[in-house]
Design a protein around this ligand. Structure first.
Ligand code: AMP
Length: 192
């Protein structure tokens, strides 16, 4: 299996790139944010539980998030593996992911970290708010809080994956096509 992680702060372009890469390399794209939004839209119990955190720009608790992902992370012969975006966001989630993939004698192949300056992120999130319909994009304070949560809880994962030799930093500023082509080249260099 080939299992890729798209890593980076809110607004870095993880979802956009993950979608393109999933199609290019026949990977199953899983975005925990998308799954939560779909559950919220359907008004499920999980969606209602997640909403209280998401609207405040907080992380949904690890037990809920990992429990949800577990249901999706099953090998599927139609795909060569997974590309995850927005997960993991804490060290505990990363450890849980290692265990989940370990159950399939698999692991993480590469982590691509999209590097984008804070000011550019805020600009993109404000722009996205105009079309996304996401309440967590529409409020400046919630955006600030999401960036702070990223720095405190998610950023330490870079060191976690760097220690394992899995981390590749990618310039996340430029056109979607340029960034996509950069990551495609890096994946091809892995010989997959
Ligand atoms: P995203 O679409 O990735 O920006 O996620 C939107 C929101 O969903 C986040 O701000 C969190 O509240 C929640 N969320 C998504 N993924 C996770 C995760 N791995 N752990 C905790 N909360 C998450």
């Amino acid at each position: 299996m080939i299992n890729l992680l798209m890593f980076g702060p809110p607004g870095a372009g993880k979802g956009t790139q993950a979608q393109l890469l999933a199609a290019q390399f026949r990977l199953r794209h899983l975005s925990t944010g998308d799954i939560f939004r779909s559950e919220m839209g359907q008004g499920t119990e999980l969606g209602r539980a997640a909403r209280t955190y998401i609207e405040k720009g907080m992380l949904v608790p690890d037990e809920i998030t990992v429990g949800m992902l577990r249901g999706y992370l099953k090998p599927d012969p139609a795909f060569r593996g997974f590309i995850l975006d927005g997960f993991p966001r804490t060290i505990a989630q990363a450890e849980a992911l290692d265990r989940l993939l370990g159950e399939w004698d698999s692991g993480i192949t590469r982590v691509f970290s999209l590097e984008v300056p804070d000011e550019e992120l805020k600009k993109r999130l404000r722009q996205r708010a105009l079309t996304s319909g996401r309440s967590d994009d529409a409020d400046e304070n919630v955006i600030e809080h999401r960036l702070e949560v990223y720095r405190k809880e998610t950023l330490p994962l870079k060191a976690y994956y760097a220690r394992q030799g899995l981390l590749e930093e990618v310039k996340g500023v430029g056109s979607i096509e340029e960034i996509f082509s950069d990551i495609c080249n890096r994946i091809r260099q892995l010989g997959i």
